[in-house]
Design a protein around this ligand. Structure first.
Ligand SMILES: Cc1cc2nc3c(=O)[nH]c(=O)nc-3n(C[C@H](O)[C@H](O)[C@H](O)COP(=O)(O)OP(=O)(O)OC[C@H]3O[C@@H](n4cnc5c(N)ncnc54)[C@H](O)[C@@H]3O)c2cc1C
Length: 286
């Protein structure tokens, strides 16, 4: 769905209550931002996104710049306060390929610059195709890169804090450029590491083989190294697969799972079945 097709006719405000940089100063800036939503009927489920609106100068024709951000909290809200949600936002830049100049992305910079007390204009929530199953005996296979971790933080909070007991296996394959970029799994913020003690949870981390060349994390290699674990889960009818992050990830996964399946054709058939059964959900950021 194109951004222009989202209904933004009922915007509301949210106040920033906290903004914390969750990556080291030596790497890209990503912030965990808490917001208090001022909208009495606002409710959401894990995997949904909000729209953030920034006023645009009248010369551009559109009234607003609008971008989507995954809610990183579970439906119970941050600290079990349903009016408080969190976002995980990377400060983005557009790079002019000819001049090499960097221009700040409007909406991510607006969010990353916002100080506690500032108001943010929002819409939504949107999307109900990427949500955890109700049955707590289901397995969750979550595969993500970069800020694609945001909905998985929400899933894990739901599974282990709201639901208290989750009997199915919960597996997270997560990739980032360096250890410092492993969001919610680094020294700055270890929210997700707190679930390592859960008997049903296991996380597999993937890092870039050449971070100085800005190469992405080699998540395929990590899945390849743990192919038996991932492939066994995929074949289990109780497993739901979730993929989140940049869209190139799906291409990489197709290659890995083609090897695991024996041929690309067999993998294509398995994937079609997963999609038909509602067990393969994707959330791509660009
Ligand atoms: C469903 C959905 C959920 C999203 N959730 C999040 C989220 O939780 N956190 C988040 O930071 N972004 C998220 N995004 C991306 C976000 O909507 C914006 O595209 C991003 O913040 C850039 O907007 P901008 O106005 O700052 O810059 P723009 O001028 O729109 O883009 C600047 C540049 O950044 C690149 N870029 C955009 N997003 C990313 C990213 N996440 N990682 C690396 N490069 C990127 C773009 O390709 C572009 O080259 C999501 C996108 C979608 C479609």
């Amino acid at each position: 769905m194109k951004l222009t097709e989202y209904d933004i006719s009922n915007p509301f405000t949210a106040t920033v209550t906290q903004s914390e940089r969750i990556t080291d100063e030596n790497t890209d800036e990503v912030r965990h931002i808490n917001l208090r939503v001022e909208h009495p009927s606002f409710n959401f489920i894990e995997g949904q996104s909000v729209g953030v609106l920034v006023d645009a100068p009248p010369v551009f024709g559109n009234e607003h710049y609008m971008r989507l951000y995954s809610i990183a909290s579970s439906r119970m809200g941050e600290e079990q306060d349903a009016a408080e949600i969190s976002l995980c936002v990377r400060r983005c830049f557009l790079v002019d390929e000819i001049s090499g100049e960097r221009y700040p992305g409007v909406v991510s910079n607006h969010l990353c610059n916002a100080q506690p007390g500032e108001k943010i204009k929002m819409t939504g929530p949107y999307g109900r195709h990427f949500m955890p199953p109700r049955d707590n005996t289901c397995n969750l296979l979550m595969i993500g890169v970069g800020t694609g971790i945001a909905p998985f933080r929400a899933f894990l909070k739901h599974v282990y804090e709201d639901r208290k007991e989750w009997k199915g296996k919960v597996r997270l394959f997560y990739g980032a450029k360096t250890g410092m970029d492993l969001l919610y799994l680094n020294d700055k913020n270890g929210d997700i590491a707190t679930y390592y003690d859960e008997a049903t949870f296991k996380a597999f981390e993937a890092l870039s083989p050449r971070p100085h060349f800005d190469e992405p994390a080699d998540i395929s290699a990590t899945i390849f190294d743990n192919a038996a674990e991932a492939w066994d889960l995929i074949q289990d009818l109780k497993t739901h697969v979730y993929i989140s992050g940049l869209s190139k990830l799906e291409e990489d996964l197709d290659k890995v799972f083609s090897v695991a399946a024996g041929t690309p054709e067999v993998w294509e058939t398995v994937k079609e079945e997963l999609i038909e059964q509602g067990r393969w959900s994707t959330l791509f950021y660009g």
